[in-house]
Design a protein around this ligand. Structure first.
Ligand SMILES: C[S@@+](CC[C@H](N)C(=O)[O-])C[C@H]1O[C@@H](n2cnc3c(N)ncnc32)[C@H](O)[C@@H]1O
Ligand code: SF4
Length: 394
């Protein structure tokens, strides 16, 4: 047994729904207990398939896992240890909204093996938090952070956002300053994305959003500021003190296996990619009545070699270290430069990419427009690929 696995559990409950958010979650808590039981049943289902794996990263995300009562969360954690081979050194993260976690819950989580906390702070300016329809103030977020330190957490991530309605470069600078003073080990910084079918999408023209040039300057300003305070910008949206990168998320970007359970959760497990429908009712029904997840599987496909290659490029280029051409050729039996030459030339000439030794990586400007760049690179040179496809996936 030498394979490793990341385990993700989705907790689809929030106290209230933020107007910008498209993560799958509901505010009705009447099904919480049934959901916790269904999730444990689902873990039992997968315990056989995962018996030859060591779980080295665990992530409970959402939604807001800490909106569940303590006992329910602890039962789910027991379910993890009873069904999977969890390494003692595993990184175990739980996401929390500052309005939902008190000292007693945080201490109980720490004792149960959770060793990394991710707190959704978003901004240090209360008017921006109100604009985002968050249910906490910055002061409350700081109280949660301090409670987590008292509960012995020594690995904390803070989620921040830029391009918030009414945010300015000056107010972002204030937020960044307040956050680095707290000295979290890790910071995730997301540009506000207007997601279709959210209240923000419906009122987008009335939101006081920064224009595109300001948004780019905000990103650049934040990256420079965090780097100058000892945070390595190791992925488009992620910054870490040395050695404190999020190991679970690195699994995604390095194309390593992970199993995600719960509605909307995605997996890359046993050579397949699959996900579960965004519907808690059918999720619970399927596990209670059939003890099977066939009905609730959404996407489910074996990954064809070409797609594996495209996905590898897209995910690796998210990382600051970019893609290693030697490793690429070892994996896929084809030269990265031969396959992507036309893109590399244009992107380097226009300052979106750079070559460092045997690696290609995005520049800051490239990271800012990464969605566009990475999706065009999926459209790689089929002809070059087809003619040398025999050595695939060594
Ligand atoms: C599941 S939530 C984190 C935990 C908890 N639910 C909370 O909000 O505090 C994940 C993170 O995604 C980010 N996020 C969600 N929707 C976003 C959007 N539309 N644009 C940018 N960031 C978003 C927020 O920073 C949020 O903290
Ligand atoms: S941002 Fe967090 S708290 Fe807000 S709706 Fe999304 S998951 Fe829930």
């Amino acid at each position: 047994m030498n394979k490793t696995l990341g385990l993700y559990l989705h907790i689809p409950f929030c106290i209230s729904k933020c107007a910008y958010c498209d993560f799958y979650s509901i505010t009705d808590d009447s099904q919480m207990q049934r959901y916790a039981d269904a999730l444990i049943l689902h873990m039992e289902d997968y315990s056989g398939a995962a018996k030859n794996y060591y779980v080295d990263t665990l992530y409970m995300g959402g939604g807001t896992p800490t909106s569940m009562p303590k006992k329910m969360i602890l039962d789910i954690i027991d379910g993890i240890y009873s069904n999977f081979n969890v390494l003692e050194t595993a990184e175990f993260t739980i996401e929390c909204n500052p309005a939902t976690a008190d000292r007693s819950l945080l201490s109980a989580l720490y004792k149960a093996g959770v060793n990394r906390l991710s707190i959704g702070v978003q901004s240090a300016c209360d008017n921006e938090l109100r604009n985002l329809t968050r249910i906490h103030t910055f002061e409350e977020a700081v109280e949660t952070y301090e409670a987590a330190r008292k509960a012995k957490f020594d690995n904390i991530n803070i989620d921040l956002m830029y391009s918030i309605p009414e945010q300015t470069e000056r107010s972002l600078a204030m937020s960044l300053q307040s956050i680095v003073e707290l000295e979290p080990e890790h910071i995730s910084l997301y540009g506000l994305k207007i997601e279709p079918n959210t209240p923000f999408a419906e009122s987008a023209d009335r939101l006081a959003l920064p224009d595109e040039d300001t948004e780019y300057r905000m990103y650049e300003q934040a990256v420079r500021f965090l780097e100058s305070h000892g945070y390595r910008h190791y992925e488009i949206s992620n910054f870490a003190k040395p050695g404190k990168e999020c190991l679970h998320n690195l699994r995604y970007w390095n194309c390593e296996e992970y199993l995600g359970l719960g509605p909307s959760a995605h997996s890359y497990f046993g050579g397949r990619r699959f996900s579960f429908k965004r519907d808690i009712e059918s999720y619970i029904d399927a596990l209670e009545n059939c003890g099977s997840d066939v009905e609730i599987i959404d996407e489910n496909y074996e990954i064809p070699p070409t797609e594996r290659l495209g996905e590898y490029v897209m995910l690796q280029l998210r990382l600051a270290d970019g893609i290693d051409t030697v490793e690429f050729e070892r994996r896929f039996g084809i030269s990265f430069e031969r396959l992507y030459g036309k893109f590399l030339k244009v992107y380097i000439e226009n300052g979106f990419m750079q070559k460092r030794g045997t690696r290609y990586c995005l520049t800051l400007k490239g990271m800012y427009v990464s969605n566009y760049i990475l999706s065009t690179m999926l459209d790689f040179d089929e002809q070059a690929y087809g003619s040398i496809s025999t050595g695939l996936d060594k």
